[in-house]
Write a protein that binds this ligand. Structure first.
Ligand code: FAD
Length: 453
């Protein structure tokens, strides 16, 4: 997986992002991409007590269906799904294709969901925290427990999972927390950062910490940092799929944290704005979390690239032909950018070898569970964005691991993806793209604060 294997890839992500940033920003403002239908008020299937955030900022403004293009309304979509509607009816060639979903997809045609304008309900600081939020994050990370992966490693207990997480956290970032700048810049180039911090007595110590911490957690990346670490890394032998799963959720968590810190509400001044301290403590001082954001970004870009043929023939129908043509041109431009960027994620390295199919099913089921856990989030706005982004990542996983180019042939399977999945995919990419941009902004803020520019 190249993103784990080359230092240059962090620069590659930032370079791609500079090109994609504006394109994505404009795209998600379009009606097609900003109106999202979801089940916002589902009940938590995993526990009963649920603290609800009553802060004004936790609320979501739901849309009236009269503001929605007629083509998407339940009545119209219900009609499209009906066989009696002749040529508009485009059944899946095989119902098995739908079994490949990595997330619980809310069916736009049939569900009792609500429409939300994503632009009018930005993901930002809401004040949702405490035991409720912690319980949800814990439940999400507990899904990183793979029976098959463990069996493959001849490890015995599932309880191992929570220990793994603590180990990842402590060993990887722990010692670096005091040297926040290391984390801030590590995502660009770990060793260059250490050089940048070349202060007497500190350089060597940090370099050693980077080495030892990395060696004990995400081995392939550590390998790229220092080939001498390769031997030590073999000891861990966490299977690639499990590591990928962890990195995906940690990247999502870190990205959400960045949005909170980027649009933070200062209760003293009553103003919204970036909060450097928040960023440093939650993300900047943890190199692994930073890296995992880039990792998620790479997965999403790869999914968009793989979907290029399908999207080129996709009809973005909102009932306004001129607007639809504009949206199509925007998506085409984005695809062009993604396809000419270097391949930074190679999905072919995953789910190969003995037990691969069973492991893939387990990976899928665990990821689906995460999308269900979103119903336990006690803050409507956090739940909304949690659902959008887990659905976006789930769609990327489905595209990468469940479908080959034949499945993604728009003439054979024009409806293989629902509108909500395409909307979620691009909005999730946009949120990660914002995070990558914010990292640069926070890095500059930090340098300014520490060294006066
Ligand atoms: P948390 O972010 O709650 O983290 C809990 C623990 O997880 C940490 O102590 C640390 O050990 C570990 N951890 C933290 N980050 C990572 C990482 N990247 N990788 C691995 N481990 C990590 N709040 C808002 O204000 N706005 C939102 O839009 C919002 N959306 C949310 C969406 C979801 C799905 C959830 C579950 C919560 C959301 N929250 C949101 C709450 C927010 O994520 C935090 O839980 C809250 O701000 C409290 O933060 P905290 O500092 O206690 O640590």
């Amino acid at each position: 997986m190249q993103i784990e294997n080359s230092l240059c890839d962090y620069d590659a992500v930032e370079t791609i992002n500079r090109e994609m940033r504006k394109q994505l920003q404009t795209l998600v403002q379009q009606k097609y991409f900003k109106f999202y239908k979801l089940k916002l008020y589902g009940t938590c299937p995993f526990w009963t007590e649920n603290h609800l955030c009553m802060n004004e900022d936790c609320g979501v403004a739901v849309m009236d269906e009269s503001a929605i293009p007629e083509e998407w309304t339940s009545a119209a979509l219900g009609a499209i799904s009906s066989p009696s509607n002749g040529k508009l009816f485009q059944p899946y060639k095989s119902c098995q294709l739908k079994d490949q979903d990595f997330c619980q997809v809310d069916d736009e045609a049939l569900s009792d969901g609500v429409y939300v304008d994503l632009v009018a309900n930005p993901e930002r600081f809401t004040g949702y925290s405490g035991p409720s939020a912690a319980k949800v994050w814990d439940a999400i990370y507990d899904e990183n427990c793979f029976n098959i992966a463990h069996k493959m490693q001849e490890a015995s207990h599932c309880e191992q999972c929570s220990l793994d997480r603590e180990a990842d956290e402590d060993q990887f970032g722990g010692k670096l927390k005091s040297a926040a700048a290391v984390g801030i810049s590590l995502a660009r180039n770990p060793l260059a950062v250490v050089d940048a911090l070349d202060r007497p007595g500190q350089k060597k110590e940090i370099k050693n910490n980077v080495g030892s911490n990395m060696a004990s957690s995400f081995s392939p990346l550590a390998e790229s940092v220092n080939p001498l670490l390769a031997g030590a890394m073999q000891e861990e032998e966490v299977c690639l799929e499990k590591r990928v799963f962890y990195r995906m959720i940690s990247g999502l968590h870190a990205s959400i944290s960045i949005h909170i810190c980027d649009e933070y509400f200062n209760q003293t001044s009553g103003t919204w704005g970036p909060n450097l301290e928040c960023f440093v403590s939650r993300v900047g001082a943890h190199p692994d979390r930073l890296e995992n954001i880039y990792f998620d970004y790479a997965i999403l870009v790869r999914a968009v690239t793989k979907l290029s043929g399908y999207l080129k023939n996709y009809e973005f129908c909102s009932g306004h032909p001129e607007e639809d043509a504009r949206v199509k041109a925007m998506v085409d431009r984005l695809i062009e950018t993604s396809t000419k960027s270097p391949a930074i994620f190679d999905e072919k390295a995953m789910f190969v070898g003995p037990g691969a199919q069973a492991l893939k099913m387990e990976f899928r089921d665990h990821f689906r569970n995460i999308t269900k856990i979103m119903d336990c989030v006690g803050c409507e706005k956090c739940r909304l964005w949690g659902k959008v982004q887990t659905s976006g990542l789930g769609t990327a996983l489905k595209v990468l691991f469940s479908y080959n180019d034949e499945h993604l042939n728009p003439l054979k399977n024009p409806n293989i993806l629902q509108r909500t999945e395409i909307v979620a995919l691009f909005n999730t990419l946009n949120r990660l793209s914002e995070s990558v941009e914010s990292i640069t902004m926070f890095r500059e803020m930090y340098m300014e604060q520490q060294y006066g520019g």
